[in-house]
Design a protein around this ligand. Structure first.
Ligand SMILES: [Mg+2]
Ligand SMILES: [Zn+2]
Length: 211
């Protein structure tokens, strides 16, 4: 059956979570508690991000310089090539920031992948988040991957979700196949969601050869 991939960005395509790296580097103390509340599902992405930005001190240039140091999964390019040769669509769905994702992708020669993520708003008084892909039925995600999956998945295709963390917990209930690592894998195990553990995109490439 034809497959369609919905791939997380932070910690999945990149080796580290770039939003977490940015917050760690540029925030005054206090962000940890906000992040924990977000991971426990007590506050939405929008609320967590806007409160975190009140503790944030950096320019867009500072952010881009940090993003220059971010490494990608070594097999991601090959994964993209394999999907395009099979005509399998790949969408990046992220609860991070579109401008940062596009910057990193472009730097690594990856253009033309469709990205759905939050907008980073940069005003004189600081940064804030704008969530254009929110879902009223979810109220937690800034970019609700569940809503996007339903919008983007044609009938008679197998929806494959690849992720690593809290921002994938909403959508993993809806996928036909879930590739999970780190806290997403724990979440799937605790919630009886069938998930395929993976280390990097090499494992997904191997699976594609067999499926
Ligand atoms: Mg992630
Ligand atoms: Zn959601």
């Amino acid at each position: 059956m034809k497959k369609i991939f919905f791939v997380d960005f932070d910690g999945t395509i990149t080796k580290v979570d770039v939003v977490a790296a940015m917050v760690k580097k540029f925030c005054r103390p206090g962000w940890q508690e906000l992040n924990e509340q977000w991971e426990r599902g007590e506050i939405s992405t929008e609320e967590a991000a806007n409160k975190t930005f009140q503790l944030f001190d950096a320019t867009m240039e500072d952010i881009f310089r940090l993003m220059d140091t971010i490494e990608l999964d070594e097999y991601f390019h090959r994964f993209i090539d394999a999907c395009s040769s099979k005509n399998y669509p790949v969408f990046i769905l992220s609860d991070g920031y579109e401008i940062i994702i596009r910057y990193i992708l472009q730097k690594h020669g990856l253009n033309g992948i469709q990205v759905f993520a939050n907008k980073l708003v940069n005003r004189k008084d600081g940064f804030s988040i704008s969530c254009t892909y929110m879902n009223n039925e979810c109220q937690k995600c800034g970019t609700c991957k569940t809503k996007l999956l339903h919008q983007l998945k044609p009938i008679n295709t197998q929806a494959v979700v690849v992720g690593d963390g809290h921002s994938d917990t909403c959508v993993c209930h809806q996928a036909d196949v879930v590739f999970a690592k780190k806290s997403l894998l724990e979440y799937c195990r605790q919630n009886n969601i069938k998930a395929v553990p993976y280390r990097n995109f090499k494992d997904i490439l191997d699976w594609l050869k067999r499926n």
